[in-house]
Design a protein around this ligand. Structure first.
Ligand SMILES: [Zn+2]
Ligand SMILES: [Zn+2]
Length: 171
């Protein structure tokens, strides 16, 4: 068992204990949804989680998966990683961390950075807003998207002539 698998086992045990405390049954559905989120580090959407779960638990409905996700967030087993302008993304990593968000493919990559953790919080009293957590999202372009861009995008000069033809006629 590798370290990721053993930490998933630990989280599942924590979840079972929480359910016992609340008098809730640990159903196969609940376990499988949690295991799926913990097993992925790509911050999947609810629909992506549903696709994974339905492959393992035949007949589970989308609504059930959504409800279990909400329950897991309430229990603090997973978090909702905000993603403005798109569907909510779920995160099995509840340790303090930040996110690199690719503007082209919506990939969300975990970033651990002590200096960001230590950012001084602004005074938001005048906005009547109480800050309870700090998470920084940095936007940019991931390596995959940058490589794709340089591989396929022709560079043109001001007249539109292609300066980097893909194939050369002569060697
Ligand atoms: Zn990307
Ligand atoms: Zn994350």
């Amino acid at each position: 068992m590798n370290s990721q698998q053993s930490s998933i086992q630990g989280q599942l045990r924590r979840f079972e204990a929480l359910c016992r405390d609340q008098g809730l049954p640990v159903t196969v559905q609940r376990r499988t949804v949690l295991e799926t989120v913990l097993g992925r580090d790509d911050h999947p959407t609810a629909d992506q989680i549903y696709e994974d779960v339905v492959a393992r638990v035949a007949g589970i409905s989308r609504t059930t998966v959504y409800r279990v996700l909400d329950m897991l967030v309430r229990f603090g087993m997973i978090t909702k990683a905000c993603h403005p302008g798109a569907m909510a993304r779920f995160d099995g990593n509840t340790e303090r961390h930040h996110h690199l968000v690719c503007l082209r493919c919506d990939r969300v990559i975990d970033l651990v950075d002590e200096r960001l953790d230590a950012l001084e919080l602004p005074d938001t009293g005048h906005l009547d807003f109480e800050i309870t957590d700090l998470r920084v999202q940095l936007y940019g372009v991931c390596a995959n998207c940058r490589n794709e861009a340089t591989a396929s995008k022709p560079v043109t000069d001001e007249t539109g002539a292609v300066l980097n033809p893909k194939k050369r006629e002569k060697n």
